[in-house]
Design a binder for this molecule. Structure first.
Ligand SMILES: NC(=O)c1ccc[n+]([C@@H]2O[C@H](COP(=O)([O-])OP(=O)(O)OC[C@H]3O[C@@H](n4cnc5c(N)ncnc54)[C@H](O)[C@@H]3O)[C@@H](O)[C@H]2O)c1
Ligand SMILES: [Zn+2]
Length: 664
């Protein structure tokens, strides 16, 4: 294909993708796929000089929906140039400096040496607010940058947006409407139609004709620009941001000024980590020239300002094909689906498998074998399938709900949303993982006991339950492959040694569903003997601090299972002797189990130290103020977190009081 035809083809493809993304709020491909086609087009246009009028490189955003009134923006809204590497960022900087030098050589007025500001690039829907005489009179989408859709009633559902501000002149303020990730998760737990991603969830909510739908999504917004202002001007970006704060517009807490690019580059690395702790979706950072006069001189291309650039993070969301579903049996007999995927890269890792929580989840997300699916990966979390790509399931096959255990063939039983293999005695994966868990370091700490060992014991020695571990003979072990004299002796010694264990390790080793190490320790502290724990009543359990209904019921059910009681008794008979050891009980402090935000500077102590101290005192330190925050520690020059705390009525601890607390 010649280059011109390819250009035309790319334009058609991209315009169709834009329509699905901007108009329908339901993208057909991931941003990564879109960006690579877009970049190809940019490259070809550069090489050939052919720029067709309907090229997406020549305009901002997409079409406007007729169902809304139109709003002509007083100041244009722009797209952003983007870069994906430090090298590209440096190229942008070099270009900016060249233009500044050129200007300075030709004019008496000299532009200052550039300083930069850096902000997060939140991924939601761009919104533009119009205030006149201090009143919010309009709110609109970006649309094509010049004309947007008027969505004031929808925008008014965002409670942090002030309906009245102090400034009286006509002004337009630009920002991003967002659905917090925690909100998305909460919504998806019970929704018939789960939302696939936070960006489209926010865009879809704001561009819904019914503001009640918008309100249900509990959106938030952050503002970062004055697009038009009557009777006033700003010298720098920071001045403008402070103006927004003074007028009580929600501005995200993190904005930083840099006087050289090297420091800024160091900070990028930190933020690329930090963003995973945020409750909103970010797709990068925005780097802007601080000085407004310089911005005017640098100006704009057709599509974006030359004085700003987006540094894009590695994508967290991609699409790929679902090849098949595997059902696996866990320690408790729970049979869960795992999706086997066409390998795909997200955030620098190649992903081949993802969880699909349970069969109900598969139904709700309408996932079938052969569909393209949306895959999302957040830091440290197993990638999750969010839903299917529209129109990709035509030839797809329904996922069958298994009736029989994939390992032992037993008929499966349903309990709540999960399905279980009831054959806890001789279903291999169940027994193997129970044994491995029982022997693990935090449990009975049987050294040298691997999964392979567990499989051999099951397959070659016919082990059917954990207590039989304690009857294994040297003659049996020595017969096994990989077992020499030394290894057999070591394992037997380790098994023998495990008989002397702490009560908390033993409780943990039993593998009660929903009881982890921490709960096991709490249970040991409360009941002090295995016998009393086994007789525990629901009422006693539920009054414990970190035990809720699910955990309490799990414990009760566990010890009501006759087979389990028999098995525990056999362990005791075999000589296992769990002893309660008094834990060193940490002293309660004002911060114990509380969520704390620290803002501003506190004299004589760094932010980092303050955080460490709060953590040592049992508190959890987070970076943004929400309804879940218990205390906000406020030092000198606090930012918008302070306002937010006051707004939400959260208890505030000033610097002096904080120092008093930690010094006593
Ligand atoms: N998947 C798809 O089918 C598809 C289709 C079209 C576009 N897209 C995605 O959208 C991108 C281009 O879209 P665009 O032009 O809407 O956005 P952009 O990436 O060019 O960025 C401009 C937008 O960033 C937002 N923004 C967030 N924080 C900001 C800050 N601090 N300062 C300034 N702006 C800030 C603003 O709302 C602004 O409108 C593409 O790179 C692609 O990833 C995807
Ligand atoms: Zn089974």
């Amino acid at each position: 294909m010649d280059k011109r035809s390819r250009i035309e083809e790319l334009i058609n493809i991209l315009n169709d993708l834009n329509y699905h993304y901007y108009v329908l709020d339901n993208p057909k491909v991931s941003d990564k796929e879109y960006d690579s086609l877009y970049d190809e087009l940019v490259q070809l246009e550069k090489e050939t000089g052919i720029i067709l009028p309907h090229s997406p490189t020549q305009r901002v955003g997409g079409e406007i929906l007729d169902k809304f009134e139109k709003h002509r923006h007083l100041g244009k809204l722009w797209s952003l140039d983007k870069c994906k590497s430090i090298e590209e960022l440096k190229n942008w900087d070099a270009r900016v400096r060249r233009l500044i030098n050129q200007y300075n050589n030709e004019h008496d007025y000299k532009l200052p040496e550039p300083t930069y500001v850096m902000e997060y690039k939140f991924d939601g829907l761009t919104i533009n607010l119009t205030y006149r005489d201090g009143n919010l009179i309009q709110g609109a989408t970006r649309g094509n940058g010049e004309i947007g859709e008027a969505i004031l009633p929808q925008i008014k559902t965002i409670r942090s947006i002030p309906l009245k501000i102090d400034y009286n002149g006509t002004i337009e303020i630009q920002g991003e409407g967002l659905m917090p990730l925690s909100e998305l998760e909460r919504y998806n737990k019970s929704a018939d139609e789960p939302l696939k991603n936070a960006r489209n969830a926010a865009a879809g909510a704001l561009r819904n004709l019914d503001p009640k739908v918008t309100a249900e999504r509990n959106l938030i917004a952050y503002f970062y620009n004055v697009g038009y202002i009557e009777g006033m001007s700003f010298n720098t970006h920071m001045e403008m941001i402070n103006f927004l704060k003074e007028n009580r517009l929600p501005v995200y807490d993190y904005i930083r000024e840099f006087d050289n690019l090297d420091d800024l580059i160091k900070e990028i690395e930190r933020l690329d980590e930090e963003r995973h702790n945020l409750d909103v979706l970010t797709d990068g950072l925005v780097i802007k020239i601080n000085d407004m006069r310089t911005r005017e001189i640098l100006g704009y291309t057709q599509k974006f300002p030359r004085w700003a650039i987006a540094y894009k993070f590695e994508a967290q969301e991609v699409t790929t094909k679902l090849i098949r579903v595997e059902w696996n049996v866990g320690r408790t007999g729970k049979v869960t689906p795992t999706a086997v995927l066409e390998p795909v890269e997200i955030g620098g890792a190649t992903i081949r498998r993802a969880t699909l929580n349970n069969w109900d989840d598969i139904q709700r997300k309408k996932v079938k074998v052969g569909c393209r699916v949306w895959l999302r990966r957040s830091n440290d979390v197993i990638p999750e399938i969010m839903g299917t790509v529209e129109d990709s399931c035509d030839d797809a096959e329904e996922i069958e709900k298994p009736k029989h255990c994939p390992a032992c063939g037993s008929e499966l039983v349903k309990d709540g949303v999960h399905i279980f293999c009831p054959n806890s005695l001789s279903c291999k994966p169940q027994l193997v993982s129970r044994l491995v868990h029982f022997a693990s370091r935090d449990a009975m700490n049987i050294e040298g006991f691997s999964e392979k060992t567990a499989e051999q014991l099951y397959e070659e020695l016919g082990l059917t339950d954990i207590p039989e571990l304690y009857n294994i003979k040297f003659e049996d072990l020595i017969k096994l492959e990989r077992f020499g004299k030394k290894k057999a002796e070591n394992l037997l010694n380790a098994i023998e040694k495990s008989k002397e264990c702490t009560l908390s390790s033993f409780i943990y080793a039993l593998g009660i569903p929903n009881v982890g190490k921490k709960t096991a320790t709490d249970l040991a502290d409360k009941f002090k003997s295995l016998d009393s724990l086994m007789k525990a009543k629901y009422e006693e359990l539920i009054t414990m601090r970190d035990i809720g209904d699910t955990v309490a019921n799990s414990i009760i059910e566990f010890f009501h299972d006759e087979r389990i009681v028999k098995s525990v008794n056999e362990l005791l008979k075999a000589g296992v002797n769990p002893i309660y050891e008094q834990q060193e009980i940490e002293e309660e402090t004002i911060f114990t189990d509380k969520t704390v935000v620290i803002t501003g500077t506190i004299e004589g102590i760094s932010r980092k130290e303050a955080k460490e101290i709060v953590k040592k005192m049992g508190g959890k330190v987070t970076s943004s103020v929400s309804k879940k925050t218990d205390y906000v520690v406020v030092g000198e020059k606090p930012g918008s977190k302070y306002d937010k705390a006051k707004e939400l009525g959260i208890e505030i601890i000033d610097g002096e009081k904080f120092l008093n607390i930690i010094n006593n």
